[in-house]
Write a protein that binds this ligand. Structure first.
Ligand SMILES: [Zn+2]
Ligand SMILES: [Zn+2]
Length: 181
């Protein structure tokens, strides 16, 4: 989804409200899977130096628990706060030149080129920032049994504990080794 902001860029002080209602983003590369549309409100305003983007959005993502591998859903709600530099405008040029800190070329956001704002990419990045690096269906998720693989949240199994996990187990195997010698 790309928005043409030329109209706002051309008029100093112009402000436009935009109702967000985007199709759920499903992105194979990052594994992001929204299951609800992305809805919200955005206000664009031309401040002279930038187009300020302010608002909020919400959606629901489907995640896989890192312990039990079960799919679960997580609502995401996030604020939108972005400043898109106005380039090529007579008043903006002077402002940008007076800017002390210039970003290196490769750090310039590619979200806004020729007055076209890549809203879809912006939302994708914003949602990803809100997704936990190690998703857990529950903080106390018991995960899968390393032996038989059942989900220990739903069932219990008869598998023995790993011997290394018990100090007595380690002692027992030490004693056994000595007996063998
Ligand atoms: Zn889990
Ligand atoms: Zn088991």
């Amino acid at each position: 989804m790309k928005l043409d902001l030329s109209e706002i860029a051309a008029h100093l002080g112009k402000r436009i409200n935009y109702s967000l209602n985007e199709k759920p983003i499903v992105d194979a590369e990052s594994g992001l899977r929204c299951i609800d549309p992305i809805v919200g409100q955005i206000a664009f305003s031309n401040t002279g130096r930038t187009i300020d983007v302010r608002g909020k959005f919400q959606t629901v993502v489907s995640l896989e628990c890192g312990r039990c591998l079960k799919a679960y859903v997580m609502p995401i709600e996030s604020n939108i706060e972005e400043s898109l530099p106005l380039e090529g405008q007579p008043w903006a040029l002077a402002a940008i030149e007076s800017d002390q800190e210039e970003l290196p070329e490769d750090e310039v956001e590619p979200l806004f080129v020729d007055n076209i704002f890549d809203l879809g990419e912006y939302l994708r990045q914003s949602i990803l920032v809100n997704v936990p690096i190690k998703p857990l269906c529950d903080e106390v998720c018991k995960g899968l049994c390393p032996r038989c693989g059942i989900n220990l949240n739903d069932q219990t199994c008869e598998c023995e504990e790993e011997p290394e996990e018990s100090p007595f187990g380690a002692l027992k195997s030490l004693l056994e080794e000595e007996q063998e010698n």
